[in-house]
Design a protein around this ligand. Structure first.
Ligand SMILES: [Zn+2]
Length: 232
C-alpha cells in the first residue's frame, strides 16, 4: 500500500509506523476552491495530498488575501498546529482538485509521540515549509509580478501529474495577492512566448523551460521536482 502512494511523507515512513497509521488514513477527493479550514480554527484533520494542491492563505480583515504556502505530494497540512501553535493563523484552500489522504489530528499527534520516523519526517518537512514561506515572502517584496507568477506556476507544476489545470486569472490574482488586471497582462506575455496557453478557464503549461527563464532565482530554491528534473 505504502509504495502505491505518491505522498512523500507517508511513502517515506518506516513500514511498522506506516502500518500503524494506515487504518487511520481516509482517502478523500478534494474540489478546487474547497475551503478545508478557517483561520482561527483548530484544524480537525491533517491532509496528505497525492495529486491535489492545497494553499495556505493569510486572510486580512479588509477581505484581502494572499497565498503564503503551498502543499502538494511533498508535504502535509497542519504543520504549525502540530508544532504547538494553535489555533492556526491561516485558512486552508484547495487550489487544484485531486486526491489526498487525511487523518484526525489527535490520532496523528499520538503517532508523533510513538514513532521516531513520523517525528523525523515532520521536522524535516517543517524545515522545508519554513524555507518555502520565508523565500516566498522575500520574493513577494523584491521580485516583479512576471517572476512571481512564473515561480508560482512552476511550483504548482512540480506538484501536478497533468499539464492542464482549471485556473482563472481571478484565482491566480487571489493567490498572489495582486489585481486581476496585472495577472491578465503578464499571462498574455507568457502566452505570447509559448510558455502557457489558455482555453475557457483551462490553463495549459506548454513549455516549462520558457517559464523557468521568466522566473526569478526563488524557483531554484523551492522546486520539489516530481516533474522538474525532466524539464530543467
Ligand atoms: Zn522571487
Amino acid at each position: 500500500m505504502k509504495e502505491m502512494l505518491t505522498n512523500k511523507i507517508l511513502n517515506g515512513l518506516p513500514d511498522a509506523e506506516f502500518a500503524r497509521l494506515m487504518p487511520l488514513l481516509e482517502p478523500v477527493a478534494l474540489s478546487a476552491g474547497e475551503r478545508l479550514s478557517e483561520a482561527g480554527e483548530t484544524a480537525q484533520f491533517i491532509y496528505f495530498p497525492e495529486n491535489s494542491v492545497i494553499s495556505c492563505h493569510a486572510d486580512m480583515q479588509d477581505g484581502e488575501s494572499v497565498e503564503v504556502g503551498m502543499v502538494g505530494f511533498e508535504g502535509m497540512t497542519g504543520i504549525t498546529s502540530l508544532l504547538g501553535s494553535r489555533p492556526t493563523a491561516h485558512s486552508l484552500n484547495v487550489s487544484v482538485a485531486g486526491s489526498a489522504l487525511r487523518v484526525m489530528k489527535d490520532d496523528f499527534e499520538r503517532e508523533i509521540l510513538r514513532g521516531v520516523g513520523v517525528k523525523q519526517s515532520l521536522l524535516a518537512y517543517a524545515g522545508e515549509y519554513i524555507t518555502q514561506i520565508s523565500q516566498r515572502s522575500a520574493c513577494a517584496v523584491l521580485h516583479r509580478l512576471e517572476q512571481r507568477l512564473a515561480v508560482w506556476l512552476l511550483l504548482l507544476a512540480d506538484r501536478l501529474d497533468t499539464d492542464v489545470i482549471q485556473m482563472t486569472h481571478e484565482r491566480m490574482a487571489q493567490h498572489l495577492g495582486v489585481r486581476r488586471a496585472g495577472v491578465t497582462v503578464v499571462a498574455a506575455q507568457m502566452q505570447a512566448v509559448g510558455a502557457i496557453s489558455y482555453t475557457r478557464g483551462n490553463l495549459r503549461l506548454e513549455d516549462r523551460r520558457t517559464l523557468a527563464a521568466m522566473a526569478c532565482e526563488c524557483y531554484g530554491a523551492l522546486s520539489v521536482g516530481r516533474q522538474q528534473t525532466a524539464y530543467m
